[in-house]
Design a protein around this ligand. Structure first.
Ligand SMILES: Cc1cc2nc3c(=O)[nH]c(=O)nc-3n(C[C@H](O)[C@H](O)[C@H](O)COP(=O)(O)OP(=O)(O)OC[C@H]3O[C@@H](n4cnc5c(N)ncnc54)[C@H](O)[C@@H]3O)c2cc1C
Length: 637
């Protein structure tokens, strides 16, 4: 199968306009004849559901949680990018586009990234109109701060709670449509499979997480807005319920999975502190606007930070990258922190931490100013670590945070399965091999508010639909397969808990397919994952029954998918014999230990096709063509 990204013709700045003009429209009176299924209520799903219902489509929206507001987007802290250029410091749509392509180490699609930058300003207007309380300057204009990989300020924020405020805005728009009867909301439902009838995605099978009942839902198109898969590592900054099940099961039904090995490891997280920890906490990148990252110059220096004089500190990011300093992109900052710790300069009890120090900023701007910008983050750090960051530097270490990989989609956000659209973190995204801070919220809302409302119309208007209600044979078959899997999990009755398997898988992934990778380690990981998966199906213990609320059963299904998906990540990492962004293969680095790309052989998105259980997936590639941006070795010096 040849992957067709359906990138419109024409000059880059006009592609989206021309495409919208050429895309077929659905007449307003006909929109009510179409049923659209939206899985997920994070920023991508909530914005899509609200926008589609507002247009007149009948929308059915699903989420795992008891309320749409609990989607993981609520946790986003630092901000959302847009190219408004309010601070007048040199921004433009072109610069946001360029920074994003470069930040992603030239592994994203030019046309998509340009569109993202183009609609970014409209997102801010939309959110302000909804009442999102962005921070403001004294004169009333919305305030901006800086994020990694940019030399200007284009990040809009609401203290350290930007995701929460944006989601409340999208949620209000969604609930308005629930009240209007255009969205039917299904909380506490887990989508366990896609139903494919006549080659088209025509529905889903869900499990009611309270009653255990399996349910069928039919529609003319399905939108997956189910977030990222960072929890394959067990420990991550993601909410505990984040998982790969929806996208992985769609992959097994024919949607290609792109760049699964592209994982973002965020440099500023609270370090791991115990074997039985189940969650890691992010300290927003915005903190690097004012916090300075350092380690002692001498390996093994265990003095408390207050006793290490200035002359014996190494502000290694400022030293190595004078232009961007502490605001280098995440992949660069993470690798550098790891390098310092590997050299024995790490701080804290484990030696796996570096300092993020606000002393200079507090002296310069005063405590009140720092508190105003980051108060909730400082409080969170204090509560978790027992240390007051106003008095002593924070200790931070890289942790799994975001996944750039996801289901492959074309310019219209449609996967390789007809009628299956994928939005937000769940798709393989516009971020290439590394996402710049504050770009995920932008992408999720761009997809939901400003892209899908147009592109889905083109699909619906141009497609012939045969009857495929819930009585169609495809629904019966899919439901039977889901039931079999649920019963198989319960029937094992082994001795090891689901979390035990998940924790072990996470360690394998972190050690061999994490911040730094090598071929021998990846090969080893493949074997270890296969062995662990075999043991899982012989020895997992899932107590309780299927006909009830059963969180062990929910987790078991997700971990079973992670155990297969982890191997796909490793296969993808092995196939990409270069380093780029978050994918760092030790064999491919510059003399200064930066990622060394191989544009001649790997300037593509890798898209994997499921070939059957126990078989290696088929490889497809979408060549990435750069007509507007010159491919260079990324430099932040
Ligand atoms: C701690 C933290 C802070 C962050 N801060 C920022 C930031 O400041 N700026 C930024 O740009 N990005 C940030 N990010 C990234 C950003 O928050 C996410 O990428 C983004 O919110 C993802 O939105 P989404 O709508 O794609 O998915 P999510 O918000 O993850 O929503 C997924 C939805 O899918 C549902 N779901 C999942 N699986 C199923 C299933 N099988 N069946 C039914 N429903 C399902 C869930 O219930 C949920 O409603 C941060 C991430 C983290 C972890």
């Amino acid at each position: 199968m040849r992957l067709d990204a359906k990138i419109p013709a024409g000059p880059l700045p006009q592609k989206w306009d021309l495409h919208r003009f050429e895309t077929k429209l659905v007449n307003p009176a006909n929109k009510r004849k179409y049923d659209i299924i939206v899985v997920g209520t994070g920023l991508a799903g909530a914005s899509a559901s609200a926008s589609l219902a507002e247009l007149g489509y009948n929308v059915k929206t699903f989420c795992i949680h008891d309320s749409p507001r609990r989607a993981h987007s609520i946790a986003a802290q630092g901000g959302i990018n847009a190219a408004t250029n309010y601070p007048n410091d040199g921004d433009s749509i072109w610069r946001l586009f360029y920074d994003t392509v470069k930040g992603g180490d030239f592994r994203s699609r030019e046309a998509n990234v340009y569109r993202l930058a183009q609609v970014s300003n409209a997102i801010i207007d939309q959110c302000v109109a909804q009442g999102v309380p962005f921070a403001r300057e004294y004169g009333g204009l919305l305030a901006n701060r800086s994020f990694g990989g940019a030399q200007l300020s284009r990040t809009f924020y609401a203290r350290g709670q930007t995701g929460q405020q944006l989601l409340l805005g999208a949620y209000s728009a969604l609930m308005r449509q629930v009240a209007a009867g255009k969205v039917k909301m299904f909380p506490r439902r887990e989508m366990l499979d896609i139903v494919v009838a006549n080659g088209q995605a025509r529905g889903i099978v869900t499990r009611n997480l309270v009653s255990g009942e399996l349910e069928r839902h039919a529609g003319h198109a399905v939108l997956l807005c189910t977030g990222g898969y960072g929890n394959v590592y067990f420990l991550s900054t993601n909410a505990k319920a984040c998982n790969v099940t929806a996208t992985y099961r769609a992959y097994k039904r024919g949607a290609f999975f792109a760049n699964p090995c592209f994982t973002q490891i965020h440099p500023t997280c609270i370090p791991v502190h115990g074997t039985y920890q189940s969650k890691l906490t992010l300290m927003s990148e915005s903190l690097r606007n004012d916090g300075r990252v350092w380690v002692p110059k001498n390996a093994g220096d265990k003095r408390p930070p207050s006793q290490i004089p200035e002359s014996e500190r190494d502000y290694f990011l400022e030293r190595k990258y004078p232009s961007f300093g502490n605001l280098v992109p995440r992949d660069v900052a993470s690798r550098n922190s790891k390098e310092q710790c590997d050299q024995g300069k790490g701080v804290g009890a484990t030696g796996l931490a570096v300092y993020l120090d606000f002393a200079d900023a507090i002296t310069r701007d005063g405590r009140a100013s720092i508190e105003k910008k980051y108060g909730n983050l400082f409080q969170m750090y204090d509560k978790i670590s027992g240390q007051d960051p106003y008095q002593t530097p924070m200790m931070i270490y890289p942790a799994v945070h975001y996944t750039m990989g996801g289901l492959w989609v074309d310019y219209n956000l449609m996967s390789t399965l007809d009628g299956l659209f994928v939005l937000g973190e769940a798709n393989f995204s516009d971020h290439g091999a590394n996402r710049l801070g504050a770009s995920a919220l932008m992408q999720g809302l761009a997809d939901g508010y400003f892209v899908i409302p147009y592109t889905i119309g083109g699909y619906l208007a141009g497609t012939r639909f045969e009857a495929a209600g819930t009585d169609h044979a495809a629904f019966g078959d899919t439901e039977r397969q889901v039931r079999d899997q649920v019963q198989k999990l319960l029937a094992v009755r082994g001795k090891r808990t689901v979390d035990d398997f998940h924790r072990r898988l996470g360690l394998i992934m972190w050690d061999y397919c994490g911040m730094s990778r090598n071929n021998a380690g990846l090969e080893k990981a493949r074997t270890l994952i296969q062995e662990l998966r075999a043991e899982f199906w012989k020895n997992v213990l899932v107590p309780g029954t299927e006909a009830d609320l059963n969180q062990s059963l929910e987790k078991a299904g997700r971990v079973a998918d992670f155990l297969e998906f982890g191997e796909l990540m490793v296969i993808d990492a092995l196939a990409r014999q270069e380093s780029c962004g978050g994918h760092f293969n030790e064999a491919y680095q510059t003399e200064e230990n930066e990622a060394r790309r191989d544009d001649a052989n790997f300037c593509h998105a890798a898209a994997w096709e499921f070939a059957g259980d126990g078989k290696d997936p088929n490889f497809h590639k979408e060549p990435l063509v750069f007509e507007n941006v010159h491919l260079t070795q990324r430099s932040y010096k």
